[in-house]
Design a protein around this ligand. Sequence first.
Ligand code: SAM
Ligand code: DTB
Ligand code: SF4
Length: 351
Amino acid sequence: MESVIRYDWTVEEIKQIMEMPFLDLLYKAQTVHRENFPANEVQISALLSIKTGSCPEDCKYCPQSAHYSTGVQKEKLLSYETIMQKAACAKRSGATRFCMGAAWRNPKDRDIDFIVEVIRGVKSLGLETCMTLGMLTDSQTQRLAEAGLDYYNHNLDTSPEFYENIITTRSYEDRLETIKSLRRHHIKICCGGILGMGESRDDRASFLRQLAIINPHPESVPINMLVKVKGTPLESAPDLDPFEFIRVVATARIIMPDSVIRLSAGREKMSEEMQAWAFMAGASSIFYGTKLLTTPNSAETRDDSLLKKLGIRGTPAAAASDEEDLRIIFEKIHEGAHDDQAEHHGCFRLE
Ligand code: SAM
Ligand code: DTB
Ligand code: SF4
């Protein structure tokens, strides 16, 4: 039995795992993976930006920060109909979870009524729901929990030591507070970070330690490769060695044996071989669809072909709804649409 659940990892121990001979590391990671998850399976999530741009935070990687000129088209909060339409598309494309992101420092209390409606609506399609809306107060978290929100994404992003090089408008402690609030209200935690921002190996080990001392571990751990966006301070960050990226994925797999590790942003620029290594290292979740929040994702046809070549299947949906169900739901949504936004954003067309 290679899997050991521990919450007392030191940076040194984590570095020792990261620095194992590459093939030993991957062998161990895949062994731990198979002890805890079905082999050759990936969970598929779809992502939608429900409120885009003009964010007051200064995250140096982010195209949506109002501090930088990145050319991202600002959009106000999408309508219920538009979001449902996109969720129905995601369901039809095979996603089992629908993740919705807003470029907010934190939601206002008046936004929560709408978010609650959206959570209920998306769940009614038989999808798991995930929100990422910034920091939450405890009463906001409670309302999201009551609405049945499955996951909340709130990333630590990097090590506590490197953090102030990346974000100055909120602290590491602020992030941890929201995570504690999510745990109090039993919402599953999706928490990870970004590699390739100029951090050192020590930072990467220290970042992993922060995740692995959360007790219990986050249910979902997204590992993003920095998407270098023109206009952000990190537009010219040096490329991270792909093997170093894979080492971090494998180490995350080993030290958090029952967390799902998501190969998250950055797949568009990754070779098929690199993604195959990441799956071997224990990543078993991806974002599927043409777009992440504001930047392109790996194309669906490329993903279909890669998963087929590797013999990897999508995790079956917990609650299936067939094509006919989706058509009926979609028709209802369409009838209720009183704006042209739904039409504009539509990807689910009734033939
Ligand atoms: N505003 C909320 C927040 O920061 O928690 C939610 C949305 S925010 C865009 C979600 C996550 O996307 C960030 O925590 C960050 O890890 C990731 N992200 C943003 N821009 C990225 C980029 N250029 N490359 C990789 N990941 C990025
Ligand atoms: C996460 O860790 N990665 C996703 C999701 N959580 C919300 C976001 C990636 C965003 C990449 C940049 C963009 O498209 O704006
Ligand atoms: Fe705002 Fe989130 Fe982007 Fe930071 S990562 S600038 S909080 S949208």
